[in-house]
Design a protein around this ligand. Structure first.
Ligand code: ADP
Ligand code: ASP
Ligand code: MG
Length: 430
């Protein structure tokens, strides 16, 4: 008997039929003799719809109230799922994040989990019930207000709960059969990865592969917890994210021979970033520091940076950087304030960009990866506006409307295409 934490994403619980299908799956796990704690997301695109509703009544909704609103999405699914399970003759009890002991800091909209004290969940499990926890939410240690963990945060709830309960595995159920070498919605010939190490998975998630939220992968790595990403719509074995042997009692893929570490794990893409260019910055030491200090003080994380000779005044430079689109307005306001102190000419803002990243820890020891990467884009006449590399990643910024072609070109160039087409079972890809 194992203790299994199962997380069902929005596409898996999109409607009543989906909820009943998920309830049957949970009941089967329970009847197989396992203890089951479940984390659910809001139904379908509920979170996006709630955000749109908030924006209709206020262009900048107060963060505390927005969190209060958004957490209602997960509360609907947890209660309805508990009803569906009890209809199958099993006891199920639902809990909000706060009731489940998910304690966070007070950063509304992007709270970090500080601690999980799952006393009530443990009791429910010990009493033979299925415990159902609303994902994506917690309660602030200081303010006692309800917080959310950022988009995709139910993944993090699931892993944090699994770690606190010392579960044997955290199963993430979604609308595709696992982690693929690229998003199957863009690359139909993407290949399912049967097993991926945490370093590769961290990098894929950090580069925008939204199949797993970055913080959930960090958490699982810190607690040595295996994640099994799989579809709630099919019986297939999914992708194991772990650096250790796969728990034999929880996997049907026994006897799989250890494969050699591939050079490339996959191609990730990201449409959530924008680019800001600070035009005609005087070429003095310390100027860049002032620019990035101002951005940092606005608590904005930036991603790529490039500096070029200026298109404006000669002898000066243009500095471009990328950041989340959602933070762009704050960054522009912060930079406008120091315009005269620094003496730059103007700011340019561009949200029509896309980022593509090729990821693989095997790249470290393999020459020629960048050459092949740039050739693949060159052949498709795709212009690269920014480039950044690490030992295990190459990322470039392209025009947003060329991103899909770029992903497919790189995927093919590195021989990642599979023969069969990947199945996308549900969801709107939103
Ligand atoms: P959920 O609602 O279950 O949380 P998400 O929409 O957050 O699901 O994540 C699943 C989606 O992630 C898939 O439908 C797919 O479009 C996308 N995705 C992006 N990159 C990958 C990848 N490398 N492998 C699999 N899916 C990916
Ligand atoms: N419902 C939240 C979102 O859409 C959390 C999640 O699904 O993981 O981002
Ligand atoms: Mg998700």
């Amino acid at each position: 008997m194992a203790l299994v934490v199962q997380k069902y994403g929005g596409s898996s619980v999109a409607d009543a039929d989906g909820i009943k299908r998920v309830a049957r799956r949970i009941a089967a796990t329970k009847r197989a003799g396992h203890d089951v704690a479940v984390v659910v997301s809001a139904m379908g695109d509920t979170t996006d719809e709630l955000i749109e509703l908030a924006e209709q009544v206020s262009p900048m909704p107060p963060a505390r109230e927005l969190d209060m609103l958004l957490t209602s999405g997960e509360r609907i699914s947890m209660a309805v799922l508990a009803m569906a399970i009890s209809n199958l003759g099993l006891e199920a009890r639902s809990f909000t994040g706060s009731q489940a002991g998910v304690i966070t800091d007070s950063a509304h909209g992007r709270a970090r989990i500080i601690d999980v004290t799952p006393g009530r969940i443990r009791t429910a499990l010990d009493e033979g019930a299925v415990a159902i926890v609303a994902g994506f939410q917690g309660v602030s240690q200081d303010t006692k207000d309800i917080t959310t963990l950022g988009r995709g945060g139910s993944d993090t709830t699931a892993v944090a709960l699994a770690a606190a309960l010392k579960a044997d595995v955290c199963e993430i159920y979604t609308d595709v059969d696992g982690v693929f070498t690229a998003d199957p919605r863009i690359v139909p010939t993407a290949r399912k990865i049967s097993r991926i190490g945490s370093e590769d998975m961290l990098e894929m998630a950090a580069c925008g592969a939204k199949i797993l939220m970055l913080r959930c992968v960090e958490y699982a790595r810190n607690y040595d917890l295996p994640i099994h990403v799989r579809s709630s719509f099919s019986p297939h074995e999914g992708t194991w994210v772990t650096d250790k042997p796969i728990p034999a009692s929880l996997s049907s893929d026994r006897g799989e021979s250890p494969v050699e570490q591939p050079i490339i794990s996959g191609v990730a893409h990201d449409r959530s970033e924008a680019k800001i260019t600070v035009v005609s910055v005087p070429n003095n030491p310390g100027t860049a520091a002032k620019i990035f200090r101002a951005v940092a003080e606005a608590e904005i994380n930036i991603d790529m940076i490039v500096q070029n000779d200026s298109v404006g005044a000669s002898g000066s430079a243009d500095i471009s950087f990328t950041l989340p689109k959602t933070e762009a307005q704050t960054a522009v306001t912060a930079l406008e304030k120091i315009k005269d102190v620094i003496g730059f000419e103007r700011l340019e803002f561009d949200d029509q960009i896309g980022k593509l990243s090729l990821v693989g820890v095997g790249m470290r020891s393999h020459p020629g990866v960048s050459a092949l990467f740039f050739e693949a884009l060159g052949e498709k006449k795709i212009n690269m506006e920014m480039i950044s590399t690490s030992e295990i990643r190459i990322s470039v910024v392209t025009r947003a409307d060329q991103l899909d072609d770029a992903v497919r070109a790189v995927h093919t160039a590195f021989g990642l295409d599979a023969e069969a087409e990947a199945v996308v079972y549900g969801g709107t890809g939103r």
